[in-house]
Write a protein that binds this ligand. Structure first.
Ligand code: PSU
Ligand code: MN
Length: 310
């Protein structure tokens, strides 16, 4: 294992696990600062870390604090990320700016992937991926998460893509970029709150060990870039697409009227959907992130075992 990048501050527990080849799972922080309301966000972040530990891996929540990219945070730092309103949403383009200015930043899927890779972490758990926004064919609003997936060697476990995005075009872009999209235990690509999106999953696997083997095959072959591991929300926690789509459409309409665009659009829509659903979407969001944490730990354990076998 190569040394982590010198600009990173890696928590001792994480650094020790990486040095000895033990499984580590990266976690993003935009979901904490801009994806869920306080204090449920911080509580969820802690519970997710606990689930990863129970699964035999070391959790590493990633964020920028006082301009320093941090790999692994303590309780007080998670609380700061969840409650301080000055924490910026930081995607790839924002990383140099937030670092140079010594500010706090919550990292998106894209910037978390990059920092995880710089630390030597290969598995990352989140809730939902960014993608092509509806109307993206004219607005060109396409998340940097997709570009990053084409560049950076990290497997990203999510519950798919929310239908507030254009799921069909998101899958097309991922195909063009050469990113494997693997759904676990289902032929349908999931849409976050719902187990199906109406789109067939490009690839399917049923076991964590098979995902680990696919990661190895990709990278051993020199195919740079990430993998999308889509994990459908558990049946008991699902919100039917017909129910949630009404609320999503209303939130998108309101965002249009308010003139909200760019990086602000995803946080706005997530918050508004929680309000419109009376908290139901938040409950589903928390359940799916936890479900992803359990799977992510299994994949990290299987991947590290396969690496140690060589
Ligand atoms: N989708 C969700 N929840 C989230 C996000 C996306 O269902 O919290 C966050 C992730 O951090 C993702 C980011 O990387 O939004 C994408 O934002 P943008 O579209 O501005 O790239
Ligand atoms: Mn965007």
């Amino acid at each position: 294992m190569t040394d982590p990048h010198p600009m990173l501050a890696v928590a001792p527990e994480v650094s020790e696990a990486l040095a000895t080849g033990r499984p580590v799972v990266a976690l993003e922080s935009t979901i904490i600062s801009h994806g869920m309301p306080y204090p449920k966000n911080v509580q969820t972040a802690r519970e997710v870390e606990e689930l990863i530990r129970s699964g035999g891996a070391v959790p590493a929540t990633i964020a920028v604090l006082h301009g320093v990219p941090r790999i692994g945070l303590d309780d007080a730092e998670l609380d700061l990320l969840g409650s301080d309103e000055h924490v910026r949403k930081v995607s790839i383009r924002d990383l140099p700016h937030v670092i140079a200015r010594g500010e706090h930043g919550a990292t998106t899927v894209a910037s978390t992937m990059r920092l995880a890779a710089l630390a030597g972490i290969r598995v990352f758990v989140t809730g939902g991926l960014g993608g092509v926004h509806r109307g993206g064919e004219s607005s060109m609003d396409v998340s940097a998460d997709l570009t990053e997936l084409s560049l950076t060697d990290v497997a990203v476990v999510s519950a798919g893509v929310k239908s507030l995005l254009d799921i069909g075009r998101t899958l097309e872009v991922l195909e063009t970029l050469g990113v494997p999209v693997i759904t676990i235990g289902s032929n349908d690509f999931p849409s976050f709150y719902s187990r199906s999106s109406g789109f067939r999953s490009p690839l399917r696997l049923d076991e964590a060990a098979e995902v680990a083997a696919t990661m190895r095959a990709k990278w051993d072959l020199g195919l740079a870039g990430g993998l999308v591991v889509a994990n459908p929300i558990p049946v008991a926690d699902e919100i039917p697409e017909s129910e949630i789509s009404v609320l999503i459409n209303r939130a998108i309409g309101e965002a249009g009227e308010l003139g909200i665009t760019g990086a602000a659009i995803t946080p706005y829509l997530l918050g508004r959907i929680v309000e419109l659903s009376g908290g139901e979407s938040l409950r589903a969001n928390i359940a799916l992130v936890k479900n992803n944490a359990v799977l992510g730990a299994r994949i990290a354990v299987a991947y590290s075992a396969s690496t140690l076998r060589g």
